[in-house]
Design a protein around this ligand. Structure first.
Ligand SMILES: NC(=O)c1ccc[n+]([C@@H]2O[C@H](COP(=O)([O-])OP(=O)(O)OC[C@H]3O[C@@H](n4cnc5c(N)ncnc54)[C@H](O)[C@@H]3O)[C@@H](O)[C@H]2O)c1
Ligand SMILES: [Zn+2]
Ligand SMILES: [Zn+2]
Length: 351
């Protein structure tokens, strides 16, 4: 088969590789019908994730059709259309039993690390993929949900919802600020209403992203490049600060921005993946009674979010801005990596 293979920092190719096979009885083989590229894949290609070795097939998002199942797979069969979760879940370790799939102790990839596709084992930017713990890591798809909608449920929608909205403890009537209106920030914006957010403020440097944020449910937008961005945010809250500030960029500056606009007693939910240390101003924050949360997505809400997508309560299809076929995946990478020029949100890649 063909796959997108990482060749070390700065290098990737669409090349012939051996077909994946069932290795353990809990595995399934899935033919990839639709996949996409995540910002994390760009980080890997820059060499920011050294655990990814040359020769690894990238990708941790996908929708496909089961072509083979191991002897102990019970819930799924050949021909089933499925979402591939970006997080493995053995389903029976201590962490899986509490819903903390992000730290699944199953030994596939590495015990304790839930994100393994396109990281510690071969991923989904390929014609076929081997999926460990298939019964728990795949979700069967109803006919009314399209591949394009479903692929947003592998990673971005659960990430924005779980690590932004749930960890941020959004409640009815809240004012929520989302810093960074990329796919993940937009996923938080699109799901903030599930817990009753009244005002949703999207904050970004990029005007196009803010325009898109409005279509996902942002009620206000603030350009953070402008001086006075903070005053603009505070003015929307009668000067009090927001109830929940969600960081969805992953740089020290935006984490600090979140701590600057949250009200006393509020929540800062960090979603961004940080590569550098962040200064935490406890000398100012200790007296503010603020909760700070962070984490890797568990993707344990994917089945619930799937029901909402099926009922058109979450506009998952809106994330898809560009379309490619697998054999043009290098063009998809080019478009996605120049998002500020191409206005790409998610590039959808189909077989
Ligand atoms: N916690 C998790 O499990 C998890 C899972 C997936 C992704 N992530 C992380 O979430 C973050 C967002 O992902 P994404 O794919 O949406 O990223 P992205 O790069 O597409 O979007 C980031 C957005 O932030 C904006 N931005 C950059 N600097 C800014 C600033 N100073 N002020 C305001 N806005 C600014 C950009 O214009 C862009 O719109 C990344 O750090 C990603 O690695 C975390
Ligand atoms: Zn991702
Ligand atoms: Zn587990």
């Amino acid at each position: 088969m063909k796959a997108l293979v990482y060749g070390g920092p700065g290098q990737k190719s669409w090349q012939d590789v051996p077909d994946p096979r069932i290795v353990k009885p809990t595995d399934a083989i899935v033919r990839i019908d639709t996949t996409t590229i995540c910002g994390t894949d760009l980080h890997i290609l820059k060499g920011d994730v050294p655990a990814v070795q040359a020769g690894r097939i990238l990708g941790h998002e996908g929708v496909g059709t089961i072509t083979d199942v191991g002897a102990s797979v019970g819930n799924l069969k050949v021909g089933d259309r499925v979402i591939i979760s970006c997080i493995k879940s053995c389903g029976h370790c201590t962490n899986c039993r509490t819903g903390l799939y992000s730290h699944c102790l199953g030994d596939e990839g590495q015990s304790g690390i839930g994100w393994i596709f396109g990281h510690l084992i071969d991923g989904t930017q390929a014609e076929y993929v081997r999926v460990p713990y298939a019964d728990n890591s795949l979700h069967r798809l109803p006919e009314e949900v399209s591949d394009e909608q479903a692929v947003m449920l592998s990673d971005i929608l659960p990430t924005g919802f779980e690590i932004g909205i749930q960890y941020g403890r959004v409640k009815p009537g809240d004012t929520v600020a989302v810093i960074g209106a990329g796919p993940v920030g937009l996923a938080a914006i699109a799901t903030a209403g599930l817990y009753g957010a009244a005002t949703i403020i999207a904050i970004d440097l990029d005007e196009n992203r803010l325009e898109q944020a409005k279509t996902f449910g942002a009620t206000e937008t603030v350009i953070s490049g402008s001086s006075g961005w903070k005053e603009q945010v505070l003015a929307l809250t009668d000067g009090l600060g927001v109830d929940v500030a969600i960081e969805a960029v992953g740089i020290p500056q935006t984490f600090e921005m979140a701590t600057q606009v949250v009200r006393p007693g509020g929540n800062v939910a960090n979603v961004g993946v940080h590569g550098k240390p962040v200064e935490l101003h406890l000398e100012d924050l200790w007296i503010q009674n603020i909760n700070i949360s962070m984490g890797l997505v568990n993707a344990n809400t994917t089945p619930m979010l799937l029901k909402l997508v099926a009922q058109q309560k979450i506009p998952a299809e809106k994330f898809a801005t560009h379309r490619f076929t697998l054999d043009n995946i290098l063009d998809a990478y080019d478009t996605f990596s120049r998002a500020s020029e191409t206005n790409a949100l998610k590039v959808v890649i189909t077989r």
